[in-house]
Design a protein around this ligand. Structure first.
Ligand code: TMP
Length: 192
C-alpha cells in the first residue's frame, strides 16, 4: 500500500486533517514524527525544549528518529496492507532545519537511508493565521514563531514547485481540507 506524508508549518491543521482522512479513506494507519520511539522522545523532551541550540544536532536527531520510525512502524504497517499517512517526514527537516541554516544537501544526505513517500501533500497557511491557532491551543514551542514560520513556509513552497508536491489551501475548515487531500490521494495513487 502507499505511503503518504502530510506536511505544513505548525498550526496548518495537519493532525485534524489526518484524523478526518481516516474516516474518508479505507485502511488508513496514521503516524507522526517526531515519533513515539526513544529518539522521538529525546527530541520532544530535550531538543524541542531548548536543549539543543545547534540546528545540525536537530537535523541529525530528526533523521535518526525517521530511520528508526520507518523501520519500526511505517514499513511493517505498509507490509500489513495499510495506507500509511505520516504527519511530517523528510520535507519537515528540509524546511525547518533548512530555515535554521543547515545546508539542504546535508539534510538530504542524512535522510537518504529512508525511502521517499509515494506522495507528499503540503498544507499551506499564512504564518499569521497559524500563530493565532497555536496561541489558542496554548504556548508556542521552539519553532512556533511567525518570522521563523515564514522562512519555513517559503522553503516548503519552493520545494513543492521543484518536486511537484501538491499544495492545499489550509486556511479553510479542516473537513474541507481533508476532502481535498483525500481526492488528491485517490487520484494520484489510484486508490479508494
Ligand atoms: P509537531 O509540533 O508537529 O509535533 O512537531 C514538533 C516540532 O518539530 C515542529 O515545530 C516541527 C519540528 N520538526 C523539525 O523541525 N524537523 C523535523 O524533521 C520534524 C519531523 C519536526
Amino acid at each position: 500500500m502507499p505511503f503518504v506524508a502530510i506536511e505544513g508549518i505548525d498550526g496548518s491543521g495537519k493532525s485534524t486533517v489526518i484524523s478526518h482522512l481516516a474516516g474518508i479513506l479505507p485502511r488508513v494507519y496514521a503516524t507522526r514524527e517526531p515519533s513515539g520511539g526513544p529518539i522521538g522522545r529525546l527530541i520532544k523532551e530535550w531538543a524541542l525544549r531548548g536543549g539543543s541550540s545547534d540546528p545540525h544536532v536537530d537535523a541529525l536527531l530528526f533523521a535518526a528518529d525517521r530511520i528508526e520510525h520507518y523501520r519500526r512502524e511505517v514499513k511493517p504497517k505498509l507490509m500489513e496492507g495499510f495506507l500509511v499517512v505520516t504527519e511530517r517526514y523528510v520535507e519537515s527537516s528540509i524546511a525547518y532545519q533548512g530555515a535554521a541554516g543547515v545546508p539542504i544537501d546535508f539534510i538530504k544526505y542524512i535522510n537518504s537511508l529512508v525511502p521517499k513517500p509515494d506522495l507528499t501533500v503540503i498544507l499551506d497557511v499564512d504564518p499569521q493565521i497559524a500563530v493565532e491557532r497555536i496561541s489558542r491551543r496554548g504556548g508556542a514551542e521552539k519553532f512556533e514563531h511567525a518570522a521563523f514560520l515564514r522562512r519555513v513556509r517559503e522553503i516548503y513552497l519552493r520545494r513543492a514547485a521543484e518536486e511537484g508536491h501538491p499544495v492545499v489551501d489550509a486556511s479553510r475548515p479542516p473537513e474541507a481540507v481533508a476532502r481535498e487531500v483525500a481526492e488528491i490521494i485517490k487520484t494520484r495513487l489510484q486508490i479508494g
